[in-house]
Design a protein around this ligand. Structure first.
Ligand code: ADP
Ligand code: MG
Length: 613
């Protein structure tokens, strides 16, 4: 018989062990959940292989057994799941293959105090055992290849030892020699409480010292009025590792066009943190209560990756590989049906309880917007779920596009929005003046991504969506008193074009200004200023973007403009200074002024003249 072999852990595992052993002390009972969840995964795998006929064994039900030995201070977990070969033991319990775990580690390393909630969400897996155990022995024999059994043993530290274990039964047995301060985990009462809390919904019989603890139940397959509220919330906690109640729950069944039994939840918070990368979808895919994929890609569109839950469809073939399943037409049907149903649910909830929807929106609006930008098929439905501040709403209240359309007065043909960093600057913007005068509602959007969203939507309910900066709107009745005559305005415009040169395309008299002397008007094809900035931030070359010079409009009723027309005839150099200053102000208001230094210097020159210095 071969000698015990010494192996080292991969560096990342040593790092993970350090975190697990030192900083997770308060939450350490989650190790029980992690080991049971691995055992359940192993049971799922063997059940799947049996159902699809890849290995023998018919419908033998795999089980998970826990036994405690209070005197010896040990806890033993046995499962009759898939088991591991020698290579699998080395691979699975010696390296981290999971990219999610790596990202998680990096995230933790960047944080001062790791958020234990995150740990609960991610799970640290098998290594959590070392929170409570001074030594862990894993005896395993693979069900795929039963020729050899192996023992893997480790005290945490730097590595593990492997040796043959001829007596190991098919499946896996894990023996934990508990640390002195963790002997409590050899008490049946303690374990019973922990199992009830975290593992009550495990899909296989779970025994503790010979007594079955859980009633195996697929609650998604039960009828809605049979499931108790409490069961729903416990199931969520079990599924999502999240103690906070979910925001929404959708339990539904359908027969056509495809059979579906599903239970979907929206967590109370988005788990996608800056710097932690993209979250993975974690909706589990079942076929007749047999787990096919615990993180089913393609089941829901990417932008719904915040949903947690279970989808069971008896129409799915069991003997198809996961990869082929992903792009099958069945999956597409399933995805479409689920997405439509979920969006309908969101719409209904938004109607029923706007306050709750507000909470949802605050947490998940980015995903909805990502959907608008990336998913043409659901764009129109998603448009109804958007919410924005608006000139017609009091501060803090948002409106939907359907409500906006309902309020549109006769004569208003388009939906308008204005990007500004907050409400005060939106209301003070020269672009808002014509809307205030004509009492047309304007959506106030703060996030540059919203411009792309609006641009992509293009229209809603048959109404074009237009940026306020580009709106071709005139004031109705203008007070002509004291204003420049049309001829004077045209002459001043010509002079301004000469003075400002190539920076402007055209200068003309404005019919939209009330309080501002000038405003910049973007041509219809050009990007708005903030879109340009965003694209620049994204590293896009400005030269390749169409960026025609804007037009400048002057307010023929504004005293500065009226006086400027006289000034240019009496003091050309001063008039030029004023013209350039006005132009820069217009650029500032439109977001096109990137370097204000020249403007400030000119301002000083002008001030010196005013005070007579
Ligand atoms: P994860 O469960 O996220 O993959 P873990 O650290 O919990 O990560 O487990 C690592 C791997 O070890 C599992 O993916 C699985 O392949 C293997 N493993 C752990 N426990 C068992 C078990 N009881 N039976 C079979 N394989 C197991
Ligand atoms: Mg695991």
């Amino acid at each position: 018989m071969s000698q015990p072999e010494q192996h080292s852990f991969q560096a990342e595992i040593q790092q993970l062990l350090g975190i697990v052993i030192n900083s997770l002390y308060t939450d350490r009972e989650v190790f029980v959940r992690e080991l049971i969840s691995n055992a359940a995964d192993a049971c799922e795998k063997v059940r799947f292989l049996r159902t699809s006929g890849e290995i023998a064994g018919g419908d033998v039900e795999p089980t998970i057994t826990l036994t405690t030995d209070t005197e010896a201070g040990t806890l033993t977990l046995t499962d009759t799941g898939i088991g591991m070969t020698r290579e699998e033991l080395v691979q699975n319990l010696g390296t981290i293959a999971h990219s999610g775990t790596k990202a998680f580690l990096k995230g933790l390393a960047d944080q001062q105090k790791p958020d234990t909630r995150l740990i609960g969400q991610f799970g640290v897996g098998f290594y959590a055992a070392f929170m409570a155990a001074k030594q862990v022995d894993v005896y395993s024999r693979s069900q795929r290849d039963t020729t050899e059994g192996w023992r893997w043993t480790s005290e945490g530290g730097n590595g593990f030892v492997l040796e043959p274990a001829p007596d190991a039964a098919p499946g896996t047995r894990i023996v934990l020699a508990l640390k002195d301060d963790a002997k409590d985990f050899a008490e049946p009462e303690t374990l019973e409480r922990i199992i009830k809390q975290y593992s009550n919904f495990v899909a296989f019989p779970l025994e503790l010292n010979g007594t079955q603890l859980n009633t195996v139940q697929a609650i998604w397959a039960r009828s809605k009025n049979e499931v108790k509220e409490e069961e729903y919330s416990q199931f969520y906690e079990f599924l999502a590792h999240d103690k906070e109640a979910p925001l929404y729950r959708l339990h539904f069944t359908a027969d056509a066009p495809i059979a579906i039994q599903s239970l979907l939840y929206v967590p109370s918070r988005s788990m996608e943190m800056p710097g932690m990368g993209r979250q993975e979808s974690e909706v589990q895919l079942y076929c007749r209560k047999v787990l096919i994929d615990s993180k089913s890609r393609g089941l829901l569109p990417e932008w719904l990756r915040f949903i947690r839950g279970v989808v069971d469809s008896e129409d799915l073939p069991l003997n198809v590989s996961r990869e082929r399943m992903q792009d099958s037409s069945l999956m597409q049907k399933l995805s479409k049906a689920l997405t439509n149903r979920f969006l309908k649910h969101l719409g209904e909830e938004a109607e029923k309880d706007p306050i709750a929807y507000d909470k949802f929106y605050t947490e998940f609006h980015r995903f909805i917007k990502e959907g608008v930008l990336s998913d043409w098929e659901h764009q129109a439905t998603l448009g109804k779920l958007l919410r924005y501040d608006s000139s017609a709403m009091e501060t803090g209240k948002k409106t939907s596009l359907p409500d906006y359309v309902k309020r549109m007065p006769e004569g208003q043909k388009e939906i308008y929005y204005l990007l500004a960093k907050d409400r005060a600057s939106a209301e003070g913007s020269p672009y808002f003046e014509v809307f205030r005068e004509r009492k047309f509602e304007v959506l106030f959007v703060e996030d540059p991504i919203d411009e792309f969203v609006m641009d992509r939507l293009r229209e809603f309910d048959g109404k074009t969506i237009t940026a306020a900066e580009k709106a071709a709107l005139d004031l109705d009745n203008q007070n002509k008193e004291g204003a420049l005559s049309d001829d004077d305005a045209a002459a001043l415009s010509g002079w301004l074009k000469l003075t400002l040169g190539e920076a402007v395309k055209e200068v003309r008299s404005s019919k939209r200004l009330v309080e501002s002397p000038v405003v910049m008007v973007e041509s219809d094809k050009s990007l708005t200023a903030s879109m340009r900035r965003t694209l620049k931030l994204m590293g896009r070359d400005m030269a390749e973007m169409t960026d025609p010079s804007p037009d400048l409009e002057i307010n023929p009723r504004h005293p500065v403009v009226v006086k400027l027309n006289l000034l240019r005839q009496t003091d050309g150099p001063l008039a030029s200074l004023v013209a350039e200053q006005l132009f820069d102000q217009a650029r500032l208001a439109s977001g096109r002024l990137e370097d204000p230094r020249a403007m400030l210097q000119r301002m000083n020159t002008l001030l010196s003249k005013v005070v007579g210095a």
